[in-house]
Design a protein around this ligand. Sequence first.
Ligand code: ZN
Length: 390
Amino acid sequence: MQTDQVLSALYECFRGKGWRLYTCTTCNNLIFSKNAKTLCWRRKECGQEKKFLSLPKQKAMVVPGQIKDVIEKAATKKGYNRVESIPLTANHGKTDLIIAGVQLYNDVIHGKAIQSCFPDRCVISQPCVRMQFADKVGKVDGISTAFVNTCTEHVGATVVEHAFAVDFWLDVLSCLGLHVCDVSLVYRTKKRNWGTGDFLSHDLFFMYGDLELGDASYAVVPTRCAGGSGVLQISDVGFGVERIGWAINKTDTYYDVLQPWDMQYTTEVNDLYRTLTLLAMTGVKPGPKGAGLQFRRLAKQLYLLTPNIFSFGLVSYYFRYWGSFTTCLCGLEVSSSVISREYDRLRNNGIASNNNWPAPKNDESTEEYLERMVYSKIVTPSELRKMYTP
Ligand SMILES: [Zn+2]
């Protein structure tokens, strides 16, 4: 699909509704906007930081679960089939964990099925984990390792149908109280590869002021599928539900949308509990490779940041949060114990090597390990109290 073909089809669809096309004077990105826009705001040099916070505020705050419900209801009215989120462990492709809702078509893309078991046109709210910006959590506002990607997917869509999908989302944002005049769509093309060959994706970024809420991609993706056309022509429009929440609530930081207000722990620690809880409740267990290894890395980071205390309270907080978006395979008790066992394993190894004590047993909780050290007369209870009272 030629670049100009997609762009002009999009332009044709939006022109009648008062949208004009501008060019960012800093980076040359094309911008669809209802106001004369000279900056795309996608990068620091293309606009001011957190400008969206000065846009009109609404009276009531919303939680991400409510946003998801509004979107899904509107989408089903427009004929999208609602699909439950898929398990977080990606079976095929380049990632260990699901990073976007469009991966529900992984089977077809990677040649494991001729036809997807999911409908061609659907709406899905998919919890995702992206580790590539993990070091920016708490340092750059708006970043978390886990988030909900609510998307509409349309397999076999024409460009015009894709433009309809974009239009649907503009309506939804407006229903949610985000004024369309404050939204601009920044266009770019990007060469991509999902492990089945290069393809060009035509992306429109939904910018609310300078905050990126989501993007609409149109692409013809090569597939490994033996039967069929060998390509998946797809309209994939996805939003970060928490980002939309921040845009609506306009709290001082993005993390106010995600974390308990009391902030007993740092943003980094909260992010680790948040993502580990999601992994545990969707059945991921610590292991030597793939998703299990990601679990181990996160747990290790958690142990290094807070080596003396494990918070069951935070696990239960995030368990409730993810419960609105995912069918949990493991209940709260099992999920907490999967995380705390891994945490305790690291903690026990740390205690043993710091004190030169006998090695901990597999699957021994820290409480059990310390008790065993007391009963083997390695340490006395009063010495232990001195060592481990926070
Ligand atoms: Zn720019």
